[in-house]
Design a protein around this ligand. Structure first.
Ligand SMILES: *[C@@H]1O[C@H](CO)[C@@H](O)[C@H](O)[C@H]1NC(C)=O
Ligand SMILES: *[C@@H]1O[C@H](CO)[C@@H](O)[C@H](O)[C@H]1NC(C)=O
Ligand SMILES: *[C@@H]1O[C@H](CO)[C@@H](O)[C@H](O)[C@H]1NC(C)=O
Length: 152
């Protein structure tokens, strides 16, 4: 029983690590390819707006994005959308006072860590119920096949 608990814990750590790793890679890529219009860019905007965060570790991560050279930091980073013009967002020094200071990666991962038990539980629950379903399907059909002869 204890070792299965340990196993569960290891699974949840592994799931957590791969989710975090995937998130970091996709988010970095999304910033590098940000264009304000495609679905991935909308996802970035949604995360930055809803969590009041900006960039990966900080807003400075936008400084290497091709989008920054053309348009500055996206408006979804703004602390106060009515006090945040595109001129401000092009200048890193000025932008520093106008955009969300927290990076999105830490916020997302700490949210995941506090909820990792639930996430792992759900993932495990789905796998487990599929297993039960498979067992039921298999044994039920065997049971029916076995009893067909008796019923005739
Ligand atoms: C984001 O910016 C921080 C601070 O400048 C830097 O340490 C970090 O490596 C950057 N992360 C990525 C994925 O570029
Ligand atoms: C946002 O900026 C506007 C214009 O400078 C200001 O009037 C307003 O109070 C600000 N709102 C917040 C929540 O800081
Ligand atoms: C950014 O703004 C500051 C303060 O207004 C200014 O001194 C600096 O020259 C600007 N930098 C760029 C690259 O425009």
């Amino acid at each position: 029983w204890f070792s299965s608990l340990l196993f569960l814990h290891e699974i949840s750590l592994a799931i957590g690590f791969s989710i975090k790793d995937t998130f970091l890679r996709t988010y970095t890529e999304a910033i590098q390819n940000y264009n304000k219009n495609d679905e991935r860019s909308h996802a970035v905007d949604n995360v930055q707006e809803s969590l009041s965060c900006c960039g990966i570790q900080s807003y400075t991560n936008w400084s290497t994005s091709p989008y920054f050279f053309k348009h500055g930091i996206p408006t979804s980073c703004c602390m106060n959308s009515s006090d945040c013009n595109t001129q401000d967002l092009r200048n890193m020094t000025v932008a520093a006072t106008k955009v969300n200071q927290k990076g999105c990666y830490d916020l997302v991962t700490s949210f995941m860590e506090t909820n990792m038990g639930i996430i792992a539980g759900v993932a495990f629950g789905i796998a487990f119920s599929q297993l039960i379903g498979m067992l039921l399907a298999c044994c039920l059909s065997r049971f029916i096949t076995a009893n067909q002869y008796e019923m005739v």
